[in-house]
Ligand binder design. Structure first.
Ligand SMILES: [Zn+2]
Length: 472
């Protein structure tokens, strides 16, 4: 059974931090920039965006996906429904199979190999593989100035020669893996920030190069057109590229755009190389494991050419703002807690409609009422029979306000918009940004963001964003 790539998608968070800003705080220099999550972004919102783009590129409806394989070193719940929340926010079937891999930066490769195996075994016809990460580096570590965030997604299907899928896309093939019991970058039990390498020379000479070189040179026996290679310090990627006589290193552009994206790095570099025919070698490492996979493209893979655009741009941020966004710099004082805990009845009953963005459509007059949990009767005719319906993801601004003062943990200015959606429904949601880019009548689309993080639990929902298409 051939495992075929139908489409790919990439995502980067909103903020960009200069390495020299980080270096200046610690009496060092620094080159380049990295991507950093805004306070309302995390590994789940990044995974959602990359997956949404990959499904669009592949032309696959969310309801047709059989299995989701998600790799991240930092699932939003240390233990909890991370997988279920991502599946619901993507409107995947409640019968979805698959798995969540975590525990190290190797998790993205584990998601890719698990998805490939599920297709090859016939347990899934269409698999969605997502790798995302937003590592929180220890302040003052050398890694801090290189630590980025991002996500990559790949839609896989099978091809037994009868599906007609063989004319486009790419196939996933040869795999090499090695396991060795050593510490590289890690977090101890109960720790929140990642530690850096203990001894850079020991890491280079006895941990990283021997095993990654072995995997890469094995793959170099094939006619590889582009390489995705790990680059933990800004130099080792180039060393590996020389070792395998790489003609092109598609991961180098990804590292320079968004930094080291942890569990997402290997797949992001890989999908960036799928924009032309040829073999792409994807090598990922972390937690004592290194895996390399070959993907052979018959031509440009749908979505691959949009990778650079998806990672470009971003809003400049300062080092103190990045520390605040990561929760490493917090003000002293009272915060206003949510009135209801995240495990309460309101969320148990409301999570489906918040994550799936559902409304209630009146069976009598067709009017859509939102949110359905607050409007058990039709807002137009008062009818009692409402059926759940997925709401449109784009519309226009009917009106909006910008709150200039907000109690912590909210951050002002905070725009809130009333939206007329393309399906005739009306929604009131927070808008992304400071409100300067929205006006009455302007088109918006909806993206998943984090509304709150309290008692250790994230609360997700959709927010309005002034319309901006990747690749246009
Ligand atoms: Zn009605």
């Amino acid at each position: 059974m051939t495992v075929r790539v139908l489409g790919v998608g990439a995502a980067a968070p909103e903020l960009r931090l200069q390495a020299s800003d980080v270096g200046a705080a610690w009496g060092r220099g620094g080159r380049g920039e990295v991507a950093v999550c805004a306070p309302d972004e995390d590994t789940l919102t990044l995974a959602w965006l990359a997956a949404d783009r990959a499904l669009t590129a592949a032309g696959v409806a969310a309801a047709d996906v059989d299995a989701l394989f998600w790799g991240t070193s930092r699932p939003p719940f240390a233990e909890g429904p991370s997988f279920a929340f991502l599946a619901a926010s993507l409107s995947l079937s409640s019968a979805i199979g698959g798995s969540l891999s975590c525990g190290s930066a190797h998790a993205g490769m584990e998601a890719l190999t698990a998805g490939t195996d599920a297709i090859a075994a016939g347990s899934a016809r269409i698999a969605l593989v997502v790798a995302s990460d937003a590592v929180r580096p220890g302040p003052g570590t050398g890694f801090e100035a290189r630590c980025g965030a991002g996500a990559a997604a790949i839609v896989l299907t099978f091809d037994d020669g009868t599906t007609g899928a063989g004319t486009t896309g790419a196939t996933v093939g040869t795999r090499v893996t090695r396991t060795r019991p050593f510490l590289d970058r890690y977090r101890g039990d109960g720790e929140i920030d990642n530690r850096d390498m203990y001894d850079a020379r020991l890491f280079r000479e006895e941990i990283f190069l021997p095993v990654v070189r072995e995997v890469a040179t094995t793959l170099a026996a094939f006619d590889v057109r582009a390489w995705s290679l790990p680059d933990p310090d800004g130099r080792l990627g180039a060393v590996l590229a020389r070792d395998v006589s790489a003609r092109a290193t598609s991961s180098a552009d990804v590292y320079s755009s968004v930094g080291d994206t942890g569990a997402a790095a290997a797949l992001l570099g890989g999908i960036a190389g799928l924009d032309a025919a040829g073999i792409v070698a994807v090598v990922g490492t972390g937690g004592g494991r290194t895996t390399g996979v070959l993907i052979t493209a018959a031509g440009p893979v749908p979505g691959a050419a949009l990778t650079a655009d998806a990672l470009a741009g971003g809003r400049p941020t300062s080092y103190p703002q990045a520390l605040r966004a990561r929760g490493q710099l917090e003000p002293v004082g009272e915060t206003i807690p949510m009135g209801v805990p995240a495990e309460s009845a309101m969320f148990v009953r409301g999570n489906d409609e918040m994550l799936g963005l559902l409304g209630g459509r009146c069976v009598d007059c067709g009017t859509i009422s939102t949110p359905p949990s607050i409007h058990p009767h039709c807002v137009n005719c008062g009818g009692p029979k409402l059926e759940p319906v997925a709401l449109a993801r784009s519309g226009t601004v009917h009106t909006f306000v910008v709150n200039q003062t907000m109690p912590a943990p909210f951050v002002a200015p905070l725009p809130i918009a009333v939206l007329d959606m393309d399906d005739g429904s009306r929604l009131m949601l927070q808008a992304i940004g400071d409100g300067s880019d929205i006006e009455i009548g302007c088109p918006v689309d909806l993206v998943l963001r984090k509304y709150a993080h309290e008692r250790g639990v994230p609360v997700y929902g959709f927010k309005a964003r002034a319309k901006k298409e990747v690749g246009t």
